[in-house]
Design a protein around this ligand. Structure first.
Ligand SMILES: [Zn+2]
Length: 323
């Protein structure tokens, strides 16, 4: 069985959200809270300071902390200077309001710079300061793998094994590809790269050409005889390019093939992570998914999901190396 990982934008990495310093007012007297909050909501609302992703109040036991404002540049000042400088730069009402408190009531805190996008980010950032979190259910399901049913996962693993088995041990420079529809229930085409015959005959390019030819033949056949339900013709009669198709690859493809899959309107790509350098062909040095994130580039008019599958033992070794 394989270890799987969806290749998402870097914004979903656990440490993708940075932190910023904010000025905080500490209070133990709850009775003053209502008036202070009324004043701050009018004079310095959270929208004005671009802190809408945070709660204004952080309460722990009998101690209350109220977020006042972010610190502009804290890199070259001591804490006490930063607090004074921040207050001095405020308008007169706010300055007078803050100077009415003892300096011990004012402090700096580190908070999330923006809303967390994943539960891991939320769990890392929420202990700093209460933060709003609206989980993207689809991304969450991709991250924990529950986006696919157990039966679908089983089929994905079978198809990846079939893709890898297409490679001949004597020619490790080859790359293999399988394009499927209906969640893998039907194999549309299986190909191996033939760059020894033509420099552009990469497995993906050949597979996409095959799909076009299969569609063409099916549609021509149905034009000749619209009532014909013989053969596979009816399976492809409504298909457009590789829309709703998935592609299995024996390794990460080259940039040309990754782009060809964009043009083909593929839905999803699963590739096997080759960890042995001798089995990685020239076709995947570009790393269009793991490094360039081409499949989620917002400048493209079609984007697709990419999953990396690797052997359990490779994954275990890698974890050991990084820990
Ligand atoms: Zn290629």
């Amino acid at each position: 069985m394989f270890q799987s990982e969806v290749i998402l934008s870097d914004i979903y990495k656990d440490d993708a959200i940075s932190t910023v310093k904010v000025l905080v007012l500490q209070l133990s007297d709850k009775a003053k809270m209502t008036n202070i909050m009324k004043f701050l909501t009018t004079k310095l609302p959270m929208t004005q300071i671009s802190m809408n992703h945070l709660k204004r109040i952080n309460s722990k036991h009998d101690n209350f902390q109220i977020l006042i404002s972010p610190i502009k540049d804290s890199s070259c000042y001591k804490n006490v200077d930063i607090i004074q400088k921040t207050i001095n730069e405020m308008n007169e009402d706010l300055r007078e309001f803050l100077l009415g408190f003892d300096s011990d009531n004012l402090c700096l805190r580190e908070v999330a710079a923006s809303s967390p996008l994943t539960r891991n980010q939320f769990e890392r950032l929420s202990p700093l300061w209460p933060v709003n979190f609206f989980e993207n259910k689809y991304i969450a399901k991709c991250l924990d793998g529950s986006i696919f049913s157990p039966d679908h996962w089983k089929r994905i693993h079978e198809l990846m094994i079939e893709t890898l088995n297409m490679l001949n041990n004597d020619s490790p420079s080859c790359m293999s590809s399988i394009i499927v529809k209906d969640n893998g229930k039907r194999i549309v085409t299986k190909t191996i790269s033939r760059t020894n015959q033509h420099p552009l005959h990469h497995a993906v390019i050949v597979a996409i050409s095959n799909v076009a030819e299969i569609h063409k033949q099916a549609k021509e056949q149905l034009l000749k005889d619209p009532d014909s339900f013989q053969g596979d013709n009816h399976y492809y009669k409504d298909d457009y390019l590789c829309t709703n198709y998935d592609c299995f690859l024996s390794q990460e493809p080259c940039i040309m093939c990754a782009m060809a899959l964009v043009h083909s309107r593929i839905r999803r790509v699963f590739f096997f992570e080759s960890t042995t350098i001798s089995t990685i062909t020239n076709e995947c040095y570009d790393q269009p998914y793991t490094v360039q994130k081409l499949h989620i580039n917002s400048n493209l008019n079609h984007r697709y999901e990419v999953w990396k599958l690797s052997k359990q033992e490779n994954y275990a070794n890698k974890k050991q190396r990084t820990s």
